[in-house]
Design a binder for this molecule. Structure first.
Ligand code: FUL
Length: 488
């Protein structure tokens, strides 16, 4: 009798302990993002601006020998850029403060090859950074390491010059959200002033860790872009998409600016040791810089929409370039297209058909992590099953039949990227579960995964997690009907 009572007490204590443990959030599974990396990924879409001497010389990679006097954007209006970008849903903009030709859009005290010696004279970096503040978008910096103008390029002196310019940009223009370290180096390039080939060892010459320490010291919240981060990574193509399977990790010891196996970056490294989500960069036109001959080659709203699903919807961000024209303005074709594209995305993803639905999960770690957290619109709350549960399902019952061709999933990434494989199903009219079938792999999720499929109509849906690195933590599941019907 006594023994039974003791055993009962022991069991009760055990249960209490277990439920207390379940009230705790799951432990993070590394690698995990910093707060700045999470905030950066939440921006989702932001703009690139390529503008400089190339704009006036109809070039993509100027040699650095065209005179500063050719730069004269008489109608330049950075407020027009910022206002256009806001209407296009962009949360920030990164400016080519200096491209490979070495011409500086700000009056750098370290060179005379800048706006200061052009007829234009004005500081474009200042004007854009101020317009960003005025219109509420973030400001970022591109400073090309490769410089075809500087006579010292190739020697240690140039590297000091580069750091000095970086310091100027990090201290003179307010907060910077991202700094872009371009891996391009055109190994056999022809150099303007010296007219010779100068080869450097890309992985050692610039001493990137030192450059990054300058950014970290002066702009601690800035995310550093390069082929392998450390803040965010190149996606391994300039077409603006990531693979459907896309890990936010890289093997930090393997990847460096100029990494030859860059195609791997389209999916990241499942076994990576560093958090380094992908940024999908592309231009709204074929070129990065403005060319009149490309006025009729602006990407269409359909093309941009598809890219959104394959960048933001594949656990990346979209960095969309606008080649500012010789007047110093975003061309009206580009701005009209970008604004219509944004309106289209808002239309397509602005009406969640799972709003008000009932969510039921196969396992819940505790009430605080219940399945309704996926439909509450709060990004900080999420559904999580018990520790060790790596196969689980969530069923969604809508009040009436809904027609969908897209499901959005989001993981709570501060605790790491977890899901390795999933399937989306709907209940057919004869009461059987069937997969919605997509033309893409349904493997990783990450910050955001948009899965498109042929239209299906049902009131019961489910997401089955088939494999996960640890118990899944999902903070959002939405159902949508996009305009490209039956595309996939
Ligand atoms: C590349 C550069 O060579 C292009 O000119 C452009 O700036 C693009 C964004 O990155 O590496």
């Amino acid at each position: 009798m006594r023994l039974r009572r003791v055993l009962t007490i022991v069991c009760l204590l055990g249960l209490l302990k277990a439920s207390a443990a379940n009230d705790q959030a799951p432990e993070a599974i590394g690698p995990v993002p910093t707060v700045a990396q999470v905030q950066w990924q939440q921006m989702e879409t932001y703009a690139f601006i390529h503008f400089g001497l190339n704009t006036f010389n109809d070039m993509e990679w100027g040699y650095g020998d065209t005179p500063a006097s050719t730069f004269n954007p008489v109608r330049l209006d950075c407020e027009q850029w910022a206002q256009t970008l806001v209407k296009a849903g962009m949360k920030g903009v990164i400016l080519t403060c200096k491209h490979h030709d070495g011409f500086c859009l700000w009056p750098s005290r370290y060179t005379d090859y800048s706006v200061a010696n052009s007829p234009f004279k004005r500081d474009v970096v200042r004007e854009l950074s101020e317009a960003c503040k005025k219109y509420g978008i973030k400001f970022g910096v591109y400073l090309s390491p490769w410089d075809r103008h500087q006579a010292s390029y190739g020697s240690p002196e140039y590297v000091t010059y580069y750091y000095n310019q970086l310091e100027e940009l990090m201290t003179q223009y307010g907060d910077v959200f991202e700094v872009w370290f371009d891996g391009a180096n055109g190994g056999d390039g022809w150099y303007g002033g010296a007219r010779e080939k100068r080869e450097i060892n890309r992985s050692t010459y610039y001493n990137y860790p030192k450059a990054w320490s300058i950014v970290n010291r002066l702009q601690p919240d800035a995310v550093i872009f390069s082929d392998g981060g450390p803040g965010c990574r190149w996606v391994g193509n300039e077409k603006g998409y990531a693979n459907a399977t896309n890990w936010a990790f890289v093997r930090s010891k393997d990847v460096y600016p100029g990494y030859p196996q860059y195609q791997e970056l389209q999916s990241g490294h499942a076994d990576g040791d560093a958090w380094c989500a992908s940024e999908c960069d592309t231009s709204i036109r074929p070129g990065w810089f403005y060319h009149e001959s490309e006025d009729d080659k602006v990407k269409t709203v359909d093309e941009l929409t598809d890219l959104y699903y394959r960048s933001v919807g594949h656990n990346g961000t979209l960095l969309l370039n606008f080649p500012v024209n010789r007047d110093g303005l975003i061309h009206p074709i580009d701005s009209a297209t970008a604004v219509q594209w944004h309106e289209r995305i808002v239309r397509e993803l602005g009406h969640n058909q799972f709003a008000g639905a009932t969510f039921t999960a196969s396992d819940i770690r505790s009430k605080a992590f219940g399945p309704e957290k996926m439909g509450d619109g709060d990004w900080e709350t999420y559904w999580a099953p018990s520790d060790g549960v790596t196969t689980a399902e969530v069923a969604i019952k809508t009040k009436r039949d809904v027609t969908l061709n897209c499901v959005m999933l989001q993981e709570y990434i501060p605790l790491g990227q977890r899901i390795k494989e999933f399937v989306i199903e709907y209940k057919t009219c004869c009461g059987k579960w069937a997969p919605v079938l997509t033309s893409e792999e349904t493997t990783t999720v990450g910050y955001k995964r948009l899965v498109r499929f042929h239209e299906k109509t049902a009131s019961e849906w489910r997401v089955r997690i088939l494999d996960s690195r640890a118990c899944p933590c999902i903070n959002n599941i939405e159902g949508h009907l996009t305009e490209i019907k039956d595309k996939r």
